[in-house]
Write a protein that binds this ligand. Structure first.
Ligand SMILES: [Zn+2]
Length: 108
């Protein structure tokens, strides 16, 4: 992913509107690119900052962005596990189905 692509994804990231592949590429780009991290920080501050200003709570905005990034990484990992476990589940169902079929034929 280049900076232009990452830049376009920033608003989508803040809306939590990226699919797994985009999110994964976006996060690794932002982690390795100071310019895009800065741009993300600015857009995040503008977005969340407006809201926090209304609430009168602007102290922890930087921490919030860090937390958001950590959280996004966690969610990405969780989603990957979910995909893997659904494959595993399918495999288990296939094996059980096969076994049931085998027993049904064998016990007939
Ligand atoms: Zn970049």
């Amino acid at each position: 992913m280049n900076c232009k692509e990452a830049d376009k994804l920033i608003p989508l990231f803040l809306e939590d509107d990226l699919d797994n592949r985009e999110l994964s590429e976006f996060l690794s780009h932002v982690e390795s690119c100071a310019d895009c991290k800065e741009e993300l920080t600015i857009q995040f501050l503008v977005r969340v900052g407006m809201k926090r200003l209304e609430d009168g709570n602007t102290f922890n905005l930087r921490n919030e962005l860090d937390a958001l990034l950590v959280d996004a990484n966690k969610r990405l990992t969780a989603r990957k596990y979910l995909v893997i476990s659904s494959y595993l589940l399918q495999a288990v169902v296939l094996v059980l189905g096969g076994t049931a079929l085998f027993l049904a034929l064998f016990l007939r």
